[in-house]
Structure formats: structure tokens, C-alpha cells
Design a binder for this molecule. Sequence first.
Ligand code: GDP
Length: 446
Amino acid sequence: MVLAQLGGSISRAIQQMSNATIIDEKVLNECLNEITRALLQSDVQFKLVRDMQTNIKKIVNLDDLAAGHNKRKIIQQAIFNELCKMLDPGKPSFTPKKGKTSVVMFVGLQGSGKTTTCTKYAYYHQKKGWKPALVCADTFRAGAFDQLKQNATKAKIPFYGSYMESDPVKIAVEGVERFKKENCDLIIVDTSGRHKQEAALFEEMRQVSEATKPDLVIFVMDSSIGQAAFDQAQAFKQSVAVGAVIVTKMDGHAKGGGALSAVAATKSPVIFIGTGEHMDEFEVFDVKPFVSRLLGMGDWSGFMDKIQEVVPMDQQPELLQKLSEGNFTLRIMYEQFQNILKMGPIGQVFSMLPGFSAELMPKGREKESQAKIKRYMTVMDSMTNEELDSSNPKLMNESRMMRIARGSGRHIREVMEMMEEYKRLAKIWSKMKGLKIPKKGDMSAL
Ligand code: GDP
């Protein structure tokens, strides 16, 4: 069961409970059992699930709730809070600061995606104005240095490593020294992963850690490892001071829940998740928005984060202003389609919104989606200014649609399909009404 399915099962359970005429012990139990089953099937550790269930029952005492109370809301909130609690052990042990040198060491098993993640992490920060650098202290795996070098070169990030030197501690120390002198503010040390947990791996990790004194150790974990996640995470935590976790391959068919319960084993938060092989398929992990997304409630903060990343800086204030007004016109849709075609990754922006990406831009079918968007734009090219600037879908009566179909040379069915898409997006958009608008140039205020 992938995470999206887990989310679906949980929201369905909540929905079913909401549909019941009276919410009594039986309805609540059914809902909780359904959620428990979904979590267990997703490889979340049994003890965590059991604790969660007990806690919700403690909070939601149906007998004590007076008739006036909105039981559904209270139960929903309790489920949301407990899921958040399960995934949130607090802040990472250290948070690097831009402009101040920090050393971050990456650890994890071979194949977990460690080297890829090092570059993604560096690239993410570089885009935000940091000066990152990569050090390859993996002398065990043949080709590790080449891989890091290739990734780093592509992203224009300075790197350090050696084909000749076999002592990882020496390389790590030299690399860190060098980049400290060059005033890099984020020095990332990639260590060896080996095949499985073995004494030599942990010993080497300890030595590199002692020699480079990292400010933060990040444990990289493949989301597909399932129930083994808890023990693996704990073994790493016992050898080095893991301060944060990054879970990779969340895009795959992995169950994901196991890796998430690793949070409990390391008592360290997940700070990012990897969602693909490419450099920018990397997302900040925040518990509340994640759970909100998991439950199909949308992830507004992730959405804002992505807007800052992919919408050209000069267009951001205008787009946000329009968002806050909540009026979604066909012209806004047209402009956003233009962005999607121009910039590609903006598709990721909308994937943060419930219902958007799945239908308009399914992953892996980008070409078809682009063709569809182009067709919609051709249709819109035959609209009048009044039609484009109106946020009232009723304006688009049948005779107008017929005219547009004739003008654009498309079938009326396509015009109707485009309008359906518009209505769907407008509904999502309307939820943005009242959004706080940051001052021009100060996107960090969000
Ligand atoms: P390492 O041995 O831990 O350094 O792992 P690598 O960085 O070499 O990654 C192993 C494989 O996983 C490579 O093929 C990566 O492209 C792939 N990979 C890493 N992160 C992700 C991710 O988030 N999603 C997907 N789909 N693949 C990933």
C-alpha cells in the first residue's frame, strides 16, 4: 500500500464515520479499526499504531461530550493530531544557518539513495542562496566518487574526493578543511554505505564523525524497507548521533509507513523526502502539511514553497495577490498553463493541491498532459476578454461554447471538458481566499 492509498483509506474511514447519523462508540470503533488496519498494512510499527488508537479514545470520550459538541470535528481533529504526533519527534538536533559554516554528514545503507540525496540537499540549498560543497568520503564503493562528481558538476557545486586515497577519514578531513577555507556555508560529507549493517561500516562512520565533527548527521533511508526500518534506524542511531532523517523513493510503490515509524527509532524528524531520481525531486518534509495531504486536505504550505521555487520572482506577488482574492478567472488559468508549458516543474506546484495533479497532470504522462493543456489553450484563444476575465462559469452558456468551438476549430466536447477543468480548479482556488500576502521581495514571510 503506497502512502497515497494509506491517506485514501484513512480519509474514507473518517468520511464513513461522518456519514453516520449518530456517532456512538460502535461508529468510532469502526473508524479507528479501519485506520489501524490501514496503518498496519502500510508497515507502521504495531506499537505506534496501538498507542495512537489508545490516545484517540482517551481524548474522544463520547459519554462526556455534551449533545451540542461537534463530535465529528473533535474525532477528526484527534486523528489528525495523533498522526502528527506519531510523525513528529520535535526539531532536528541542529539546523544549519546560511552564511555560517556547517558540516553535515550523510549516513545510510548502500543503495538507500545517499549519494543522490547529498546532491539534492546541496542543490536545494544552493537555489536558496547558500554556498554548498560536497565531499565524497565513500572509498568503499567503486564509482561512488564518479557519481558524486557527475551530479555535482551538473549542479555546479564544488566537490572533493580522490581516486587514489583509500582512507575515508583522510579525505573527509581534507575536504572539510578545504571548503572551510573557501567559506562554504554547507559542507556535505557523503560516507560509505556498504551492503548491510556491519561492524566495519559503523566503525568507519564513527571515525569520520570524530574527525570532521559534523554539526548534523543525516540518516538516509529508503522508504521501501518496510518493517525493518525501525531496527535499522536504531542501529545507526546507536553508532552516530543521528539528528535528522531523509526518506527517499517516496515516489515508488513503497509502503512508506515503515520508514516513517523510523522517526520513532531515531527520535529525529524527517526533514526532507526524495520523490524521484532527479535533482529537484526533493521536498521539505513538514509533519502537519504532510498529514493534511495524506488525508486529502491539501498542503498549502508545500504549495507556497513550490510557488517560490518555480514561479518567476517578478510574477510571484501578482499570482499570490490573485490567489488571495480567491477569484479564479479563465485568464489566470491560461497564464498558469503558459507557466506549466514554459517551466515544466510548475506541475509540481499544483501536485500539492488536492485533485489537481492526479487528473490534469498524472506523473509519467507529462507529454499527454502537455498536449491537453495546449488544446485547452487553443480553445481559450477564441474567447473574448469578457469571458476570460469573468469568474462566473454561468456566463459560458451553450451558444458561447458553440461559438468558441467553431472559432478554435475544436469539438464542443473539448470546450465543455475545458470548462469542467476550470470549475474544478476554481473550487480549489477559492480555498486560498484570504491568504496572507508577503511584502514584495520578502517571500520568507510566508
Ligand atoms: P547510495 O548507494 O545510497 O549512495 O544510493 P544512490 O544515491 O546511488 O541511489 C541508488 C538508486 O536510487 C539510484 O538509482 C538513484 O537514482 C535512486 N534514487 C535515489 N533517490 C531516489 C528517489 O527519491 N526516488 C527514486 N525513484 N529513486 C531514487
